[in-house]
Design a protein around this ligand. Structure first.
Ligand code: 13P
Ligand code: ZN
Length: 275
C-alpha cells in the first residue's frame, strides 16, 4: 500500500487540518506524532527507504525499534493535507532508542519537529502507563489556554479546578486533571523531562506562555481532548473578562455527585474549598 493511502496517515492529515481550522497553528506552530502499529508499518513497507541515523537528543529505550509518523520542523499544519510528503515523515528508532532515521517523507529535506524529545518521552511514558493503548501526542498553541497562563497561578490544582468549573463535561473528559509546566526553553530535553513527568498522571500538560500537549489513544480522542480544554479555557477567559467574577459555579460536592453518576474518580486535591 502507498503510505498516503493508509488509514493512519489519512487520520493524521485530517487532524492537522482540523487543528489549523481551529486557529491553533499559526505559521509552523504546533506538531503531531503517532506511534505506528506493527501491522500498519508492515502494510506500507514497500515505500520505506531508510536514511542515515541521527541523534534524538534524549533516550527512549522503551520505544526501541518503533516507527512514528511525525510533523517536520518548520512545516505548517495548513500545508500537510496539500503536500504531505514535504511536511511529514515516518521515522524508525534504533535498538537503543537514542537515534532515529527518516524512512519516508520530508522529500525536500528537513528533520522531524524540534519537539521530538518531548513527543518521544511522552510516548514512552504513555505507552507504559496505558499498556500500549496511547498512540497520539499532539502539541498546539491554542490562544485561550495560553492567555490563562498569564493570570492563573501555574498550579495543576488551580488549572484543573477552574477548567472543570467552566463546563460540566470537563471532569468527565479529563477526570485525572491537567498538569502545568512553568515557562521553559522549548525544543530540548529539559522541557521533555518535565512534560513526560506530568504525563505519568495526566493526559494534558500546559506549557506556560506557549501552548498545550495532549495524549490519547487515537486521533479523535486526542483532538477532542485539546478541543474540550481549549473551549473551557475560552469560557473562563470570557467569564474573567466580564469583570464581576463568578456569581455561581459548580461546587465541590456537586463534582462529587457528578463523579458517582458518571463513574469517574475525581482526585480530592482538585476539590479544595476556596477562600
Ligand atoms: P516545529 O516547527 O519544530 O515543530 O516547532 C513548532 C513549535 O510549536 C515548537 O514548540
Ligand atoms: Zn510550540
Amino acid at each position: 500500500m502507498k503510505v498516503l493511502d493508509a488509514e493512519f496517515v489519512q487520520g493524521f492529515m485530517r487532524m492537522a487540518t482540523d487543528g489549523w481550522d481551529q486557529g491553533w497553528h499559526e505559521r509552523n506552530g504546533g506538531n503531531l506524532s503517532y506511534r505506528i502499529k506493527e501491522e500498519e508499518i508492515a502494510s506500507v513497507e514497500e515505500e520505506l527507504s531508510p536514511g542515515e541515523w541521527l541523534e534524538i537528543g534524549t533516550s527512549v529505550p522503551e520505544l526501541a525499534g518503533e516507527y512514528f509518523l511525525v510533523t517536520g520542523s518548520g512545516k505548517y499544519m495548513r500545508n500537510i493535507s496539500i503536500k504531505p510528503e514535504d511536511c511529514i515523515c515516518i521515522i524508525e528508532l534504533d535498538e537503543k532508542g537514542e537515534n532515529y532515521r527518516i524512512c519516508w517523507g520530508l522529500v525536500n529535506g528537513g528533520k522531524p519537529t524540534s519537539e521530538l524529545p518531548s513527543h518521544l518521552m511522552n510516548h514512552e511514558v504513555k505507552k507504559k502507563v496505558t499498556k500500549g493503548r496511547c498512540r497520539v501526542i499532539y502539541h498546539a498553541h491554542p490562544a485561550n489556554t495560553i492567555a490563562l497562563t498569564f493570570v492563573l497561578p501555574l498550579e495543576d490544582e488551580v488549572f484543573t479546578r477552574e477548567l472543570w468549573e467552566m463546563a460540566t463535561e470537563c471532569p468527565v473528559v479529563f477526570p485525572e486533571g491537567i498538569g502545568v509546566v512553568p515557562w521553559m526553553v522549548p525544543g530540548g530535553r529539559d522541557i521533555a523531562v518535565a512534560t513526560s513527568e506530568l504525563m505519568k498522571k495526566y493526559n494534558v500538560a500546559i506549557w506556560a506562555h506557549h501552548g498545550m500537549f495532549c495524549a490519547g489513544e487515537d486521533f479523535d480522542l486526542t483532538f477532542g481532548l485539546m478541543h474540550t480544554v481549549e473551549k473551557s479555557a475560552e469560557i473562563l477567559v470570557k467569564v474573567l473578562s466580564m469583570g464581576q467574577g463568578k456569581r455561581q459555579t459548580i461546587r465541590p460536592d456537586e463534582f462529587r455527585h457528578l463523579a458517582v453518576d458518571f463513574h469517574v474518580t475525581l482526585p480530592e486535591k482538585f476539590l479544595y474549598e476556596k477562600q
